[in-house]
Design a protein around this ligand. Structure first.
Ligand code: NAD
Length: 467
Protein backbone atom coordinates (compact mmCIF):
# COMPACT_ATOMS: atom_id res chain seq x y z
CA UNK A 1 0.00 0.00 0.00
CA UNK A 2 1.44 3.34 -1.07
CA UNK A 3 1.71 5.83 1.81
CA UNK A 4 0.92 9.49 1.12
CA UNK A 5 2.01 11.93 3.83
CA UNK A 6 -0.70 14.22 5.17
CA UNK A 7 -0.53 17.82 3.97
CA UNK A 8 0.41 20.17 6.78
CA UNK A 9 0.31 23.89 6.18
CA UNK A 10 3.50 25.71 7.16
CA UNK A 11 2.90 27.94 10.20
CA UNK A 12 2.70 31.52 8.90
CA UNK A 13 5.06 32.71 11.65
CA UNK A 14 7.77 30.32 10.44
CA UNK A 15 7.75 31.63 6.88
CA UNK A 16 10.11 34.65 7.23
CA UNK A 17 12.76 32.49 8.86
CA UNK A 18 12.43 29.71 6.25
CA UNK A 19 12.86 32.25 3.48
CA UNK A 20 15.87 33.82 5.25
CA UNK A 21 17.45 30.37 5.44
CA UNK A 22 17.39 29.80 1.66
CA UNK A 23 18.47 33.40 1.04
CA UNK A 24 21.46 32.87 3.34
CA UNK A 25 22.16 29.65 1.42
CA UNK A 26 22.26 31.60 -1.84
CA UNK A 27 24.62 34.17 -0.31
CA UNK A 28 27.19 31.45 0.43
CA UNK A 29 27.54 31.17 -3.41
CA UNK A 30 27.41 27.41 -3.19
CA UNK A 31 24.62 27.21 -5.81
CA UNK A 32 26.84 28.81 -8.44
CA UNK A 33 29.16 25.99 -9.58
CA UNK A 34 27.51 23.94 -12.31
CA UNK A 35 28.59 20.72 -10.55
CA UNK A 36 26.53 21.68 -7.48
CA UNK A 37 23.44 22.32 -9.62
CA UNK A 38 23.90 19.05 -11.51
CA UNK A 39 24.21 17.19 -8.22
CA UNK A 40 20.94 18.69 -6.97
CA UNK A 41 19.18 17.88 -10.23
CA UNK A 42 20.41 14.28 -10.20
CA UNK A 43 19.22 13.88 -6.62
CA UNK A 44 15.87 15.31 -7.61
CA UNK A 45 15.69 12.83 -10.50
CA UNK A 46 16.19 9.97 -8.09
CA UNK A 47 13.69 11.53 -5.70
CA UNK A 48 11.15 11.33 -8.53
CA UNK A 49 12.09 7.76 -9.38
CA UNK A 50 11.92 6.61 -5.76
CA UNK A 51 8.53 8.27 -5.25
CA UNK A 52 6.92 7.51 -8.59
CA UNK A 53 4.27 5.25 -7.06
CA UNK A 54 3.47 7.90 -4.41
CA UNK A 55 3.14 10.61 -7.05
CA UNK A 56 0.88 8.40 -9.18
CA UNK A 57 -1.33 7.63 -6.18
CA UNK A 58 -1.38 11.31 -5.19
CA UNK A 59 -2.49 12.45 -8.66
CA UNK A 60 -5.17 9.75 -8.61
CA UNK A 61 -6.46 11.01 -5.26
CA UNK A 62 -6.30 14.69 -6.22
CA UNK A 63 -7.63 14.53 -9.77
CA UNK A 64 -8.57 10.92 -10.56
CA UNK A 65 -5.65 10.83 -13.00
CA UNK A 66 -4.82 7.53 -14.66
CA UNK A 67 -1.27 6.26 -14.17
CA UNK A 68 -0.72 6.76 -17.90
CA UNK A 69 -1.63 10.46 -17.75
CA UNK A 70 0.41 10.96 -14.59
CA UNK A 71 3.42 9.43 -16.27
CA UNK A 72 3.24 11.37 -19.52
CA UNK A 73 2.22 14.73 -18.03
CA UNK A 74 3.79 14.71 -14.57
CA UNK A 75 6.49 12.25 -13.49
CA UNK A 76 7.89 11.17 -16.87
CA UNK A 77 7.63 14.78 -18.03
CA UNK A 78 9.69 16.10 -15.10
CA UNK A 79 12.27 13.32 -15.30
CA UNK A 80 12.77 14.06 -19.01
CA UNK A 81 13.08 17.77 -18.25
CA UNK A 82 15.78 17.04 -15.66
CA UNK A 83 17.71 14.81 -18.07
CA UNK A 84 17.50 17.41 -20.82
CA UNK A 85 18.72 20.16 -18.48
CA UNK A 86 21.57 17.98 -17.15
CA UNK A 87 22.71 17.20 -20.70
CA UNK A 88 22.86 20.88 -21.66
CA UNK A 89 23.57 22.84 -18.50
CA UNK A 90 27.32 23.12 -18.94
CA UNK A 91 26.80 24.68 -22.37
CA UNK A 92 24.01 27.06 -21.28
CA UNK A 93 25.89 28.30 -18.21
CA UNK A 94 29.02 29.26 -20.17
CA UNK A 95 29.82 32.93 -20.71
CA UNK A 96 28.84 34.26 -24.12
CA UNK A 97 31.06 36.66 -26.07
CA UNK A 98 29.35 39.82 -27.25
CA UNK A 99 28.22 39.37 -30.85
CA UNK A 100 29.32 41.54 -33.80
CA UNK A 101 31.95 43.63 -32.04
CA UNK A 102 34.55 45.74 -33.83
CA UNK A 103 38.28 45.30 -33.35
CA UNK A 104 38.65 48.11 -30.82
CA UNK A 105 35.93 46.72 -28.55
CA UNK A 106 37.42 43.23 -28.72
CA UNK A 107 40.23 44.51 -26.47
CA UNK A 108 37.65 44.89 -23.67
CA UNK A 109 36.60 41.21 -23.85
CA UNK A 110 32.87 42.03 -23.72
CA UNK A 111 30.83 39.05 -22.60
CA UNK A 112 27.63 37.95 -20.95
CA UNK A 113 27.81 36.03 -17.70
CA UNK A 114 24.85 33.85 -16.81
CA UNK A 115 24.21 34.82 -13.21
CA UNK A 116 21.44 33.27 -11.13
CA UNK A 117 18.72 35.79 -10.30
CA UNK A 118 19.00 34.95 -6.61
CA UNK A 119 16.35 33.58 -4.27
CA UNK A 120 13.15 32.80 -6.11
CA UNK A 121 9.60 31.79 -5.30
CA UNK A 122 7.66 29.29 -7.44
CA UNK A 123 3.90 29.13 -6.93
CA UNK A 124 2.23 26.15 -8.59
CA UNK A 125 -1.30 25.41 -9.82
CA UNK A 126 -3.42 22.33 -9.10
CA UNK A 127 -4.28 20.90 -12.48
CA UNK A 128 -0.86 19.42 -13.27
CA UNK A 129 0.33 19.71 -9.70
CA UNK A 130 3.74 18.12 -10.22
CA UNK A 131 4.70 19.41 -13.64
CA UNK A 132 3.64 23.02 -13.00
CA UNK A 133 5.50 23.17 -9.67
CA UNK A 134 8.59 21.09 -10.29
CA UNK A 135 9.07 22.23 -13.92
CA UNK A 136 9.86 25.83 -12.92
CA UNK A 137 11.82 24.65 -9.88
CA UNK A 138 14.05 22.52 -12.14
CA UNK A 139 14.79 25.72 -14.09
CA UNK A 140 15.55 27.64 -10.87
CA UNK A 141 18.00 24.96 -9.69
CA UNK A 142 19.63 24.82 -13.14
CA UNK A 143 20.11 28.59 -13.15
CA UNK A 144 21.82 28.46 -9.75
CA UNK A 145 19.06 30.13 -7.74
CA UNK A 146 17.95 29.12 -4.28
CA UNK A 147 14.24 28.44 -4.33
CA UNK A 148 11.08 27.94 -2.36
CA UNK A 149 8.16 26.09 -3.92
CA UNK A 150 4.58 26.73 -2.80
CA UNK A 151 2.48 24.02 -4.47
CA UNK A 152 -1.28 24.39 -4.89
CA UNK A 153 -3.27 23.41 -1.82
CA UNK A 154 -6.02 22.25 -4.21
CA UNK A 155 -3.94 19.17 -5.05
CA UNK A 156 -3.04 18.31 -1.44
CA UNK A 157 -1.69 14.79 -1.91
CA UNK A 158 0.68 15.80 -4.71
CA UNK A 159 1.77 18.84 -2.66
CA UNK A 160 2.64 16.60 0.30
CA UNK A 161 4.64 14.12 -1.83
CA UNK A 162 6.55 16.94 -3.53
CA UNK A 163 7.49 18.39 -0.15
CA UNK A 164 8.79 14.98 0.89
CA UNK A 165 10.84 14.66 -2.32
CA UNK A 166 12.29 18.16 -2.00
CA UNK A 167 13.17 17.78 1.66
CA UNK A 168 14.70 14.33 1.18
CA UNK A 169 16.59 15.07 -2.03
CA UNK A 170 17.78 18.67 -2.09
CA UNK A 171 20.20 20.76 -0.05
CA UNK A 172 17.95 22.11 2.74
CA UNK A 173 19.97 25.28 3.07
CA UNK A 174 18.97 26.36 -0.44
CA UNK A 175 15.64 24.72 -1.29
CA UNK A 176 12.38 24.18 0.53
CA UNK A 177 8.71 23.56 -0.03
CA UNK A 178 6.24 25.63 1.95
CA UNK A 179 2.60 24.52 2.14
CA UNK A 180 -0.57 26.51 2.45
CA UNK A 181 -3.35 28.54 0.92
CA UNK A 182 -4.00 32.29 0.83
CA UNK A 183 -2.57 33.30 4.28
CA UNK A 184 0.64 31.34 3.71
CA UNK A 185 1.04 32.60 0.12
CA UNK A 186 0.40 36.15 1.32
CA UNK A 187 3.11 35.72 3.97
CA UNK A 188 5.45 34.46 1.26
CA UNK A 189 4.66 37.45 -0.94
CA UNK A 190 5.53 39.74 1.99
CA UNK A 191 9.13 38.50 1.77
CA UNK A 192 11.74 39.91 -0.59
CA UNK A 193 12.33 37.76 -3.69
CA UNK A 194 14.57 38.09 -6.70
CA UNK A 195 11.93 36.57 -8.96
CA UNK A 196 8.43 35.19 -8.53
CA UNK A 197 7.24 32.51 -10.94
CA UNK A 198 3.48 32.03 -10.73
CA UNK A 199 1.16 29.62 -12.53
CA UNK A 200 -2.60 29.98 -12.10
CA UNK A 201 -5.53 32.22 -12.86
CA UNK A 202 -5.32 35.86 -13.94
CA UNK A 203 -7.09 37.20 -10.82
CA UNK A 204 -4.42 35.86 -8.48
CA UNK A 205 -1.78 36.68 -11.12
CA UNK A 206 -2.79 40.32 -10.78
CA UNK A 207 -2.45 40.16 -6.97
CA UNK A 208 1.04 38.69 -7.37
CA UNK A 209 2.12 41.25 -9.99
CA UNK A 210 0.89 44.18 -7.84
CA UNK A 211 2.64 42.88 -4.75
CA UNK A 212 5.85 42.26 -6.72
CA UNK A 213 5.70 45.76 -8.18
CA UNK A 214 5.98 47.25 -4.66
CA UNK A 215 9.55 45.95 -4.47
CA UNK A 216 10.25 45.98 -8.23
CA UNK A 217 10.53 42.20 -8.16
CA UNK A 218 10.44 40.60 -11.61
CA UNK A 219 7.68 38.08 -12.26
CA UNK A 220 6.92 35.32 -14.70
CA UNK A 221 3.18 34.72 -14.93
CA UNK A 222 1.72 31.63 -16.58
CA UNK A 223 -1.98 32.43 -16.73
CA UNK A 224 -5.32 31.28 -18.06
CA UNK A 225 -6.60 29.97 -21.33
CA UNK A 226 -9.80 30.98 -23.21
CA UNK A 227 -8.16 29.41 -26.24
CA UNK A 228 -10.00 29.07 -29.55
CA UNK A 229 -9.96 26.13 -31.93
CA UNK A 230 -11.05 26.78 -35.50
CA UNK A 231 -12.29 24.03 -37.81
CA UNK A 232 -12.55 25.33 -41.36
CA UNK A 233 -14.56 23.81 -44.21
CA UNK A 234 -11.36 22.23 -45.58
CA UNK A 235 -10.35 20.57 -42.29
CA UNK A 236 -10.31 16.81 -41.90
CA UNK A 237 -13.29 16.32 -39.55
CA UNK A 238 -12.09 12.92 -38.32
CA UNK A 239 -8.68 14.24 -37.26
CA UNK A 240 -10.10 17.48 -35.88
CA UNK A 241 -12.61 15.64 -33.66
CA UNK A 242 -10.11 13.07 -32.33
CA UNK A 243 -7.37 15.57 -31.64
CA UNK A 244 -9.58 18.22 -30.06
CA UNK A 245 -11.42 15.72 -27.88
CA UNK A 246 -8.12 14.28 -26.69
CA UNK A 247 -6.91 17.80 -25.85
CA UNK A 248 -10.09 18.69 -23.98
CA UNK A 249 -10.83 15.53 -22.05
CA UNK A 250 -7.34 14.89 -20.75
CA UNK A 251 -7.33 15.65 -17.00
CA UNK A 252 -11.14 16.15 -17.27
CA UNK A 253 -10.59 19.39 -19.16
CA UNK A 254 -8.51 21.01 -16.42
CA UNK A 255 -5.81 22.01 -18.88
CA UNK A 256 -4.95 25.70 -19.25
CA UNK A 257 -3.74 25.27 -22.80
CA UNK A 258 -6.59 23.18 -24.25
CA UNK A 259 -9.24 24.83 -26.41
CA UNK A 260 -11.97 26.61 -24.47
CA UNK A 261 -14.32 26.61 -27.46
CA UNK A 262 -14.43 25.36 -31.03
CA UNK A 263 -15.62 27.38 -33.97
CA UNK A 264 -16.80 25.07 -36.75
CA UNK A 265 -17.53 26.16 -40.30
CA UNK A 266 -21.22 25.59 -41.09
CA UNK A 267 -20.32 23.49 -44.16
CA UNK A 268 -18.45 20.90 -42.13
CA UNK A 269 -20.57 20.90 -38.96
CA UNK A 270 -22.65 17.71 -39.61
CA UNK A 271 -19.54 15.67 -40.48
CA UNK A 272 -17.64 17.09 -37.52
CA UNK A 273 -20.42 16.25 -35.04
CA UNK A 274 -20.64 12.70 -36.41
CA UNK A 275 -16.91 12.33 -35.78
CA UNK A 276 -17.26 13.77 -32.28
CA UNK A 277 -19.89 11.15 -31.47
CA UNK A 278 -17.74 8.33 -32.89
CA UNK A 279 -14.67 9.55 -31.02
CA UNK A 280 -16.45 9.77 -27.67
CA UNK A 281 -17.54 6.12 -28.08
CA UNK A 282 -14.05 5.11 -29.09
CA UNK A 283 -12.29 6.92 -26.21
CA UNK A 284 -14.77 5.84 -23.52
CA UNK A 285 -16.51 2.65 -24.74
CA UNK A 286 -18.28 2.03 -21.40
CA UNK A 287 -18.92 5.72 -20.86
CA UNK A 288 -16.54 8.17 -19.20
CA UNK A 289 -17.74 7.42 -15.66
CA UNK A 290 -16.68 3.80 -15.87
CA UNK A 291 -13.47 4.58 -17.70
CA UNK A 292 -10.22 4.24 -15.73
CA UNK A 293 -8.78 6.83 -18.12
CA UNK A 294 -11.10 9.73 -17.33
CA UNK A 295 -10.27 12.09 -14.46
CA UNK A 296 -12.35 13.95 -11.90
CA UNK A 297 -12.84 17.62 -11.05
CA UNK A 298 -10.38 18.74 -8.37
CA UNK A 299 -12.90 19.79 -5.71
CA UNK A 300 -16.53 20.67 -4.95
CA UNK A 301 -15.93 24.39 -5.51
CA UNK A 302 -14.69 23.80 -9.05
CA UNK A 303 -17.43 21.23 -9.66
CA UNK A 304 -20.15 23.69 -8.63
CA UNK A 305 -18.59 26.46 -10.71
CA UNK A 306 -18.70 24.23 -13.79
CA UNK A 307 -22.26 23.08 -13.06
CA UNK A 308 -23.35 26.71 -12.76
CA UNK A 309 -21.67 27.56 -16.05
CA UNK A 310 -23.51 24.76 -17.78
CA UNK A 311 -26.84 25.63 -16.13
CA UNK A 312 -26.56 29.29 -17.09
CA UNK A 313 -25.56 28.68 -20.70
CA UNK A 314 -28.32 29.07 -23.27
CA UNK A 315 -26.61 26.43 -25.45
CA UNK A 316 -28.01 22.99 -26.32
CA UNK A 317 -26.22 19.96 -24.91
CA UNK A 318 -25.47 17.66 -27.84
CA UNK A 319 -23.41 15.01 -26.04
CA UNK A 320 -22.90 14.34 -22.33
CA UNK A 321 -24.14 16.61 -19.57
CA UNK A 322 -24.45 14.06 -16.75
CA UNK A 323 -22.73 14.73 -13.46
CA UNK A 324 -22.28 13.29 -10.01
CA UNK A 325 -21.11 15.63 -7.30
CA UNK A 326 -20.42 12.82 -4.83
CA UNK A 327 -17.75 11.51 -7.23
CA UNK A 328 -16.80 14.94 -8.67
CA UNK A 329 -17.63 13.42 -12.05
CA UNK A 330 -18.58 15.65 -14.95
CA UNK A 331 -19.20 13.86 -18.23
CA UNK A 332 -17.41 15.06 -21.38
CA UNK A 333 -20.01 17.54 -22.58
CA UNK A 334 -20.43 19.13 -25.98
CA UNK A 335 -22.76 22.11 -26.18
CA UNK A 336 -23.86 23.97 -29.29
CA UNK A 337 -23.94 27.67 -28.49
CA UNK A 338 -25.58 30.28 -30.73
CA UNK A 339 -25.04 33.44 -28.70
CA UNK A 340 -21.49 34.78 -29.22
CA UNK A 341 -21.69 36.33 -25.73
CA UNK A 342 -22.62 33.04 -24.00
CA UNK A 343 -20.44 32.63 -20.92
CA UNK A 344 -19.41 29.15 -22.05
CA UNK A 345 -17.64 30.82 -24.96
CA UNK A 346 -16.27 33.93 -23.35
CA UNK A 347 -15.26 32.62 -19.90
CA UNK A 348 -12.67 29.94 -19.25
CA UNK A 349 -14.43 26.69 -18.32
CA UNK A 350 -11.28 24.83 -17.20
CA UNK A 351 -13.32 21.64 -17.24
CA UNK A 352 -14.77 19.09 -19.68
CA UNK A 353 -17.25 21.42 -21.36
CA UNK A 354 -16.81 22.07 -25.08
CA UNK A 355 -18.94 24.78 -26.57
CA UNK A 356 -19.24 24.66 -30.35
CA UNK A 357 -20.06 27.83 -32.22
CA UNK A 358 -21.01 27.58 -35.88
CA UNK A 359 -19.36 30.14 -38.16
CA UNK A 360 -20.28 31.03 -41.70
CA UNK A 361 -16.65 31.31 -42.81
CA UNK A 362 -13.05 31.79 -41.69
CA UNK A 363 -13.42 35.59 -41.58
CA UNK A 364 -16.07 35.27 -38.91
CA UNK A 365 -14.03 32.73 -36.91
CA UNK A 366 -10.93 34.95 -36.88
CA UNK A 367 -12.92 38.04 -35.96
CA UNK A 368 -14.61 36.18 -33.14
CA UNK A 369 -11.34 34.70 -31.80
CA UNK A 370 -9.89 38.22 -31.64
CA UNK A 371 -13.05 39.57 -30.04
CA UNK A 372 -13.31 36.96 -27.26
CA UNK A 373 -9.68 37.19 -26.19
CA UNK A 374 -7.08 38.93 -28.28
CA UNK A 375 -4.13 37.23 -26.50
CA UNK A 376 -5.07 33.66 -25.54
CA UNK A 377 -2.55 31.10 -24.34
CA UNK A 378 -2.98 28.97 -27.46
CA UNK A 379 -4.85 28.77 -30.76
CA UNK A 380 -5.69 25.64 -32.75
CA UNK A 381 -6.59 26.05 -36.40
CA UNK A 382 -7.61 22.98 -38.42
CA UNK A 383 -7.72 23.45 -42.19
CA UNK A 384 -5.54 23.69 -45.26
CA UNK A 385 -2.14 25.42 -45.29
CA UNK A 386 -3.47 28.71 -46.54
CA UNK A 387 -6.21 28.84 -43.92
CA UNK A 388 -4.02 27.90 -40.98
CA UNK A 389 -1.34 30.40 -42.07
CA UNK A 390 -4.03 33.07 -42.20
CA UNK A 391 -5.15 32.26 -38.67
CA UNK A 392 -1.59 32.61 -37.36
CA UNK A 393 -1.07 35.83 -39.25
CA UNK A 394 -4.29 37.49 -38.14
CA UNK A 395 -4.32 36.52 -34.46
CA UNK A 396 -2.00 36.60 -31.45
CA UNK A 397 -1.49 33.84 -28.87
CA UNK A 398 1.13 32.45 -26.49
CA UNK A 399 1.60 29.41 -28.76
CA UNK A 400 -0.23 27.51 -31.47
CA UNK A 401 -0.67 23.96 -32.73
CA UNK A 402 -1.70 23.62 -36.35
CA UNK A 403 -4.11 20.76 -36.98
CA UNK A 404 -3.85 19.64 -33.35
CA UNK A 405 -4.84 20.51 -29.81
CA UNK A 406 -1.98 22.07 -27.72
CA UNK A 407 0.75 19.77 -29.09
CA UNK A 408 3.22 22.66 -29.07
CA UNK A 409 3.09 22.60 -25.26
CA UNK A 410 4.41 19.06 -25.10
CA UNK A 411 7.64 19.67 -27.03
CA UNK A 412 10.26 19.78 -24.25
CA UNK A 413 12.61 22.12 -26.08
CA UNK A 414 9.97 24.70 -27.07
CA UNK A 415 9.48 27.69 -24.79
CA UNK A 416 6.02 27.67 -23.22
CA UNK A 417 4.24 30.81 -22.09
CA UNK A 418 1.52 33.31 -22.75
CA UNK A 419 1.34 36.74 -24.30
CA UNK A 420 -0.55 39.80 -23.06
CA UNK A 421 -3.12 38.74 -20.48
CA UNK A 422 -2.34 35.00 -20.85
CA UNK A 423 1.05 35.56 -19.27
CA UNK A 424 4.51 36.93 -19.37
CA UNK A 425 7.78 34.99 -19.45
CA UNK A 426 8.25 31.49 -20.82
CA UNK A 427 9.90 28.28 -19.63
CA UNK A 428 10.74 24.66 -20.59
CA UNK A 429 13.94 23.50 -22.22
CA UNK A 430 16.57 26.22 -22.24
CA UNK A 431 13.90 28.81 -21.44
CA UNK A 432 13.55 27.29 -17.94
CA UNK A 433 17.21 28.17 -17.38
CA UNK A 434 16.89 31.59 -19.03
CA UNK A 435 13.83 32.66 -17.04
CA UNK A 436 15.82 32.45 -13.78
CA UNK A 437 19.08 33.80 -15.22
CA UNK A 438 20.35 37.35 -15.29
CA UNK A 439 22.41 38.01 -18.40
CA UNK A 440 25.09 40.17 -16.86
CA UNK A 441 27.14 42.18 -19.37
CA UNK A 442 30.78 42.48 -18.40
CA UNK A 443 33.84 44.15 -19.92
CA UNK A 444 37.47 44.07 -18.74
CA UNK A 445 39.58 47.12 -19.50
CA UNK A 446 43.31 46.32 -19.73
CA UNK A 447 45.91 48.70 -18.31
CA UNK A 448 47.87 48.87 -21.57
CA UNK A 449 44.93 50.43 -23.42
CA UNK A 450 44.97 53.68 -21.40
CA UNK A 451 46.74 55.58 -24.17
CA UNK A 452 44.01 54.70 -26.66
CA UNK A 453 41.37 55.71 -24.11
CA UNK A 454 42.66 59.22 -23.67
CA UNK A 455 40.20 60.41 -26.31
CA UNK A 456 37.28 59.80 -23.95
CA UNK A 457 38.53 62.10 -21.20
CA UNK A 458 37.86 65.86 -21.08
CA UNK A 459 38.81 68.42 -22.13
CA UNK A 460 37.11 67.50 -25.43
CA UNK A 461 38.35 70.44 -27.45
CA UNK A 462 39.40 69.31 -30.94
CA UNK A 463 38.52 65.65 -30.27
CA UNK A 464 35.27 65.53 -32.25
CA UNK A 465 37.22 66.09 -35.47
CA UNK A 466 38.98 62.74 -34.96
CA UNK A 467 35.74 60.75 -35.50
P1 NAD B 1 -4.85 27.30 -7.99
O1 NAD B 1 -6.10 27.28 -7.22
O2 NAD B 1 -3.98 26.11 -8.02
O3 NAD B 1 -4.04 28.60 -7.53
C1 NAD B 1 -2.77 28.87 -8.03
C2 NAD B 1 -1.90 29.28 -6.89
O4 NAD B 1 -2.27 30.57 -6.40
C3 NAD B 1 -1.99 28.34 -5.70
O5 NAD B 1 -0.71 27.99 -5.27
C4 NAD B 1 -2.76 29.14 -4.65
O6 NAD B 1 -2.43 28.83 -3.34
C5 NAD B 1 -2.38 30.56 -4.98
N1 NAD B 1 -3.39 31.53 -4.56
C6 NAD B 1 -4.73 31.39 -4.65
N2 NAD B 1 -5.34 32.53 -4.20
C7 NAD B 1 -4.36 33.38 -3.82
C8 NAD B 1 -4.35 34.71 -3.26
N3 NAD B 1 -5.46 35.40 -3.04
N4 NAD B 1 -3.15 35.27 -3.00
C9 NAD B 1 -2.00 34.59 -3.24
N5 NAD B 1 -1.97 33.33 -3.77
C10 NAD B 1 -3.12 32.73 -4.04
O7 NAD B 1 -5.09 27.57 -9.48
P2 NAD B 1 -6.12 28.43 -10.19
O8 NAD B 1 -5.66 29.80 -10.12
O9 NAD B 1 -7.52 28.18 -9.87
O10 NAD B 1 -5.78 27.67 -11.58
C11 NAD B 1 -6.60 27.68 -12.61
C12 NAD B 1 -6.15 28.74 -13.56
O11 NAD B 1 -4.76 28.61 -13.82
C13 NAD B 1 -6.82 28.65 -14.90
O12 NAD B 1 -7.14 29.94 -15.32
C14 NAD B 1 -5.75 28.06 -15.79
O13 NAD B 1 -5.91 28.40 -17.14
C15 NAD B 1 -4.52 28.65 -15.20
N6 NAD B 1 -3.36 27.82 -15.50
C16 NAD B 1 -2.39 28.33 -16.31
C17 NAD B 1 -1.31 27.55 -16.65
C18 NAD B 1 -0.23 28.04 -17.57
O14 NAD B 1 0.80 27.38 -17.67
N7 NAD B 1 -0.40 29.15 -18.26
C19 NAD B 1 -1.21 26.26 -16.14
C20 NAD B 1 -2.21 25.80 -15.29
C21 NAD B 1 -3.26 26.58 -14.96
Amino acid sequence: MVQIPALEYTPVDDIPQLVSKVRAGFRTHKTKPVEYRLKQLRKLYWGFKDNEAELAEACKRDLGKSNFETYITETGWCKNDILFVCRNLEKWAKDESAPDIDLMNKFFAPKIRKDPMGTVLVIGAYNFPVQLSMGPMIGAIAAGCSCILKPSESAPAAAAVMQKIIRESLDPSCYDCIQGAIPETTALLDQKWDKIFYTGGATVGTIIAKKAAETLTPVALELGGRNPAIVTKHANPHLAARRLLWAKFMNAGQVCVSQNYIMVDQEILPLFLKEVEKTLKEFFPQGAKASPDYGRIANVKQFQRLKKMLDESKGRIIFGGTMDESDLFLEPTVVQVDDPKDSLLVDESFGPLIPIYVTKDLDEAIAMANEIHDTPLGIYPFGNKKETARVLNETQSGGASINDGFYHASIPTLAFGGVGTSGTGAYRGKSSFDVFTHRRSVTTTPAWIEGMLSIRYPPYAGKLDKF
